[in-house]
Design a protein around this ligand. Structure first.
Ligand code: PLP
Length: 287
């Protein structure tokens, strides 16, 4: 396996960075996760744009143009001869001294990893998953915007820990006002009749690329798609609940905090959305 690391490809075992890298020392950096389906990169431009927006927000200069970054991702996929893959781009502030000051870091470090997929086990897409809500709150959008996909993922890590403690595969964060925000690495949707709701970005959710794709697909299928705040009560009493994310795709949720959702199996609407999504990921991708 070949890793792209600062202007060159190196073998996985040689892909090492300094302990003085500020991504390591301070979580100072940004990242993206992207899927390749049958040789098609899904929503490459959207992911790339979000990467550059995240970097701009924290005043991090990516040492490549947007076009160069896309080309590097393509090169990494080809070099590893992958058709179906998960891509991780990491841009850290770079090597500096022990001080926090990012101005001591001369150049950002760029890592691109492409590897075969490890997603939720297949049977979970047929059974749906159980989730819980946890004590960890989403950080406030005005403090450190959850729209920045930064290397500070401690909230999300704590959510995963709480999910493990509750013996479930994923959990939901609320924001500081108690509105439902998102999962550790996925967005949430609830269905009531013909209406499909997802929390707006200002509640404290990453504006997921998969979320965007599902909003488009939902509209094209005639659903009323709404970005509106909602509470746990709305989740418990929804007809259907599902999560979306680059790794998770679209996965049905059948139990939340012990409350069975709908019939306790993936609903027809969720299944329809997943089916159309799976068709689109191949047809809409960039070769
Ligand atoms: N929310 C968080 C916190 C994430 O890290 C992710 C993953 O990227 C998502 C939501 C889902 O976003 P996307 O569909 O762009 O992968």
């Amino acid at each position: 396996q070949w890793i792209y690391l600062n202007d060159q490809f190196v073998k996985k075992e040689d892909a090492k960075i300094s302990v003085y890298d500020h991504g390591f020392l301070y979580g100072d950096g940004v990242f993206e996760g992207i899927r390749v389906y049958d040789g098609n990169i899904f929503k490459m431009e959207e992911h790339n744009d979000r990467l550059f927006r995240s970097a701009k927000s924290i005043m991090l200069t990516i040492p490549y143009t947007k076009e160069e970054m896309i080309d590097l991702v393509v090169q990494t996929i080809n070099k590893n001869r992958l058709k179906d893959a998960y891509i991780r781009i990491v841009v850290s502030r770079g090597v500096g001294d022990l001080g926090l000051d990012p101005y001591n870091c001369k150049r950002a470090q760029v890592v691109i990893i492409a590897e075969p997929l490890s997603i939720f086990p297949k049977h979970l897409y047929e059974t749906g998953i159980e989730i819980v809500t946890v004590a960890t709150r989403r950080n406030r959008p005005d403090v450190l915007s959850p729209k920045v996909k930064s290397l500070n993922y401690l909230n999300n890590v704590l959510v995963k820990i709480e999910a493990h403690l509750a013996n479930v595969s994923e959990a939901l964060m609320l924001n500081d006002q108690g509105y439902v925000a998102e999962g550790s690495a996925d967005n949430i949707f609830i269905i009531k009749g013909n209406t499909i709701l997802t929390p707006p970005g200002y509640i404290g959710a990453l504006e997921g690329i998969t979320r965007g794709a599902i909003i488009e697909i939902g509209k094209s299928l005639g659903y009323e798609m709404k970005e509106e705040p909602f509470t746990r009560h709305d989740v418990y009493t929804a007809d259907e609940v599902f999560l979306t994310g680059t790794a998770a795709e679209v996965i049905a949720v059948v139990k939340v905090d012990g409350r069975v959702i709908g019939e306790g199996v993936p609903g027809e609407n969720t299944k329809k959305l997943l089916a159309v999504f799976r068709e689109k990921v191949v047809s809409d991708g960039v070769k």
